[in-house]
Design a protein. Structure first.
Length: 459
């Protein structure tokens, strides 16, 4: 995908440069067909988006292409004989135009995707299931063994990977593939009308209504600071709570019927959630009744989750209640959590959880931004660069995908190796991962009584 999108980008620039240089190069002055090149460049620029999806790094290049094409219209009309110009076009600003074109082209090329943005196909099965109670369609993606006939494969623990609302499974698809490669069977999903976008079993993308899209963006931008935006954020968390409840029942009752070759041990289940999904997991796990009803859940992984439901706005910046997870929980956060201002504002609820008597641990990779524990650094480098961490990182692009999956896998391995034997399920196994490079900051809660968390770095 990276190489594919760069080809039309280079052609677009070429189609704009040649007409601009025509007055200065004698060999080009007789090439009348060059007058059509700016229109061809505009067609390429517009076509990038339906062909490759929304590419933010291409927006400046497209806008500049529109400007140059409009500026070229008099030349085209003169060529067609529809407008007789009294004076030749001014050439003085051409170096400026070409300079801006070069700058926008470099942005597009440098921030082009490092990995294919299409969803993984090998080893992935899809289903559409219906939640009749909510009249909601959920599109499932199960990442199972690429070769299910491999002999003597160990029983694989199951991970329910709850995607971020913004970007949905497209932002955790490569992470899911890495988790599969590291020994999990991974079940992920998106919900039509909720996720932005939902990815159907047929590969088609479904976006929520424009008002819903605006509310999602408002919640993420201001959910911890403005009362109205916080309400939308809490609605997203409530929606994810219902998704998780429904899918946990589905896993118990119907998973093996729909995915008989998954190799998953349903009684060894880990739950990982991003943004609203992570908040939903934290809320559910704080209930002793929910914990008692789901002994198969061995651990939680909560990634950059805003915990909107703990805020109240009678006293700005305060929280109304603490969440106390009843299950061993790994929080993964940007290194911004080490910045005093961010630590006391955006990450205040998380840090209060760490101060309670709960079995929780925090991991923050130096240089990691809020979007980096996902496919974003490899698929949308511009977003990652605009929301980078505070420190220099040794992890780059797809390194974040493998590193994120490895932290999750090592955490799960730690729990499995220290868990008492379960007479009701077959022993599940995970691949032990290599040690992780870079600097990772860890903090543990008061009730953390498992081995030193340096295990995550050097398993």
């Amino acid at each position: 995908m990276q190489e594919n999108i760069r080809i039309p980008e280079v052609l677009l620039v070429l189609f704009l440069v040649l007409p601009a240089l025509r007055p200065y190069i004698r060999g080009l002055q007789s090439q009348d067909g060059l007058v059509w090149f700016p229109l061809m460049a505009l067609a390429i620029g517009v076509g990038l988006f339906p062909a490759y999806g929304f590419r933010p790094e291409c927006v400046p290049l497209l806008l500049w292409t529109v400007f140059l094409t409009i500026r070229h219209v008099p030349v085209l009309l003169d060529h067609l004989g529809w407008w007789d110009r009294d004076t030749p076009p001014r050439q003085g600003f051409i170096p400026v135009y070409l300079g801006v074109l070069l700058l926008t082209a470099l942005v597009a090329l440098y921030f082009s995707p490092r990995k294919d943005t299409r969803l993984i196909l090998p080893g992935v099965e899809t289903r559409t299931i219906q939640d009749e109670a909510r009249n909601a369609a959920l599109f499932l993606r199960l990442y199972g063994p690429v070769d299910p006939d491999t002999p003597a494969a160990p029983v694989r623990p199951l991970m329910l990977l709850v995607p971020p609302v913004f970007g949905s499974v497209g932002m955790v698809d490569q992470v899911g593939g890495q988790l599969r490669d590291q020994g999990f069977t991974v079940l992920s999903f998106s919900r039509k009308g909720f996720d932005f976008p939902a990815w159907g079993s047929d590969g088609k993308r479904y976006s929520p209504s424009l008002p819903e899209q605006f509310r999602i963006l408002q919640a993420f931008a201001q959910g911890n600071a403005a009362k109205a935006a916080n309400r939308w954020g809490q609605a997203l968390e409530a929606g994810r709570v219902e998704d998780i409840r429904f899918l946990l029942a589905y896993i118990k009752q119907d998973l093996h019927r729909d995915f008989p070759e998954s190799g998953a041990e349903r009684n060894t289940l880990f739950l990982a959630g991003y943004d609203a999904g992570g908040s939903a997991l934290a809320l559910l796990s704080a209930s002793p009744e929910w914990r008692a009803a789901h002994p198969e859940v061995k651990g939680l992984i909560i990634v950059e989750s805003p915990l909107w439901s703990v805020y109240q706005f009678d006293e700005p910046g305060q929280v109304k209640a603490l969440i106390r997870p009843q299950i061993p929980t790994l929080f993964m956060a940007s290194d911004r959590i080490n910045d005093p201002e961010q630590r006391n504002r955006r990450y205040g609820p998380l840090l209060q959880i760490l101060q309670t008597d709960t079995p929780v641990v925090l991991a923050a990779v130096d240089g990691a931004g809020p979007l980096d524990y996902s496919d974003c650094p490899a698929k949308y480098p511009l977003y990652s660069a605009c929301l980078s961490g505070n420190k220099q990182t040794q992890w780059k692009y797809d390194t974040f995908i493998e590193g994120t999956a490895s932290i999750m896998t090592n955490f799960a391995s730690l729990l499995l190796e220290n868990a008492p034997p379960d007479p009701f399920s077959a022993p599940a196994a995970l691949s032990r991962r290599k040690g992780l490079g870079g600097t990772i900051h860890f903090e543990t809660g008061r009730a953390w009584n498992l081995p030193d968390f340096g295990y995550i770095l050097s398993p």
